[in-house]
Design a binder for this molecule. Structure first.
Ligand code: 2NL
Length: 349
């Protein structure tokens, strides 16, 4: 029974194997298995405990001390290795599960054109496709170009409707921020003889308090056609052609009588409500139509102001708000977001 007898060298062997197995253990399970092989219920060192009873009291005491010391050594090695392997496993798991946030974070982004600019570009494309040229002019204007040449002499009541912002430049109320893009058309007619087929997009200014439908600066596009034999039928056809080209075949236009000082006759033009496509909804007050802008045949006094003979030439003009159009097309409930530069809005377009 010598092989079953307690020996110090057997204890040493067990300790060496246990420490080697712990050092090689790669996983928490490996570590626990190495620990159990030595110190578990059926462990090698535990088995030696049973042999102590074959020893006399003296030898049992010495052997017990050796067993205890070895148990302490293996336990300490086990705990160190367990905590190391646990840390390695955690690090490996974190590495596996790590999200590369640089892939989804916004980071430095390429900007985009504002919704108003995109809308203006699309409108220009549509009109250029219909044979119009694009013209631009100054935003600071003279009273004459903005009002007088457009059949609105100084005392004209329509002037008060524009809430004009005047500049402190020259005589009082002679220099202003243009209230519409019509002065560009005046400049164009002064510069070039008919025929004229042009659109004038640009920023205009009015002393309005901002609300969901108004901002003190907004963008407008106006159109002007001057040629021999131009009729109201040409105007109606142009408006309808534009509406279908820009909005698609589901949306059409209709005209209703209106008044503008610079056109006669004048009309408002309405388009099929883009929200309900004519069925009727809150946006169009259940009429199926929403107002977009105004138009009419150029008033003879406007032609006279720029030296065009109203007996020889006739023409039409129209105008509408670009912001208002974008508001309809994209269903924007509050116009002020167009100027706020809130990234939550701007990055959607
Ligand atoms: C509107 C209405 C309109 C015009 C603009 C115009 C220009 C010249 C001569 C005659 Cl040079 N008319 N422009 C005509 C009718 C309506 O705009 O509601 N705009 C937002």
């Amino acid at each position: 029974m010598t092989d079953r007898a307690f020996s110090a060298s057997a204890v040493e062997d067990i300790e060496r194997r246990a420490l080697a197995a712990l050092a090689e253990a790669k996983t928490v399970d490996d570590v626990r298995a190495a620990h159990a092989a030595a110190l578990g219920k059926r462990g090698e060192l535990t088995a030696l405990n049973a042999l102590l009873r074959d020893l006399d009291a003296e030898a049992r005491k010495a052997a017990g001390a050796v067993l205890n010391a070895t148990r302490a050594t293996i336990t300490a090695a086990f705990e160190r290795r367990l905590s190391d392997v646990e840390a390695e496993e955690r690090a490996a798991r974190l590495d596996r599960e790590r999200l590369d946030l640089t892939e989804v974070a916004p980071g430095p982004q390429r900007g985009s054109l504002s919704l108003v600019t995109q809308t203006r570009d699309a409108l220009e494309d549509t009109f250029v496709g219909m044979g119009f040229v694009v013209a631009e002019g100054p935003e600071v204007e003279s009273d004459w170009h903005n009002f007088e040449a457009l059949n609105m002499p100084p005392a004209h009541p329509a002037r008060s409707g524009f809430d004009t912002l005047y500049l402190d430049w020259g005589a009082p109320e002679t220099t202003l921020l243009r209230t519409h893009t019509s002065p560009v058309q005046i400049r164009l007619m002064l510069e070039q003889r008919p025929p004229v087929y042009a659109v004038m997009p640009g920023r205009v200014y009015r002393k309005d308090t901002p609300d969901t439908r108004h901002t003190p600066s907004f963008s407008q596009i106006e159109g002007l056609v001057v040629d021999h034999g131009i009729t109201f039928g040409d105007l109606a056809g142009t408006i309808d052609t534009f509406t279908r080209a820009y909005f698609g075949p589901a949306i059409s236009a209709r005209l209703r009588p209106a008044y503008f000082p610079f056109t006669e006759p004048s009309a408002e033009f309405e388009i099929t409500c883009t929200i309900c496509e004519g069925a009727g909804c809150r946006t169009c007050s259940w009429t199926g139509w929403v107002e977009l802008g105004g138009c009419g045949m150029v008033h003879p006094n406007v032609f006279r102001a720029v030296g065009i003979d109203p007996e020889e030439w006739t023409g039409f003009a129209f105008g509408f708000g670009i912001d208002r159009l974008a508001q309809m097309r994209f269903g924007i409930p509050d116009m002020r977001v167009l100027a706020d530069n809130d990234l939550r809005f701007t990055t959607q377009f």
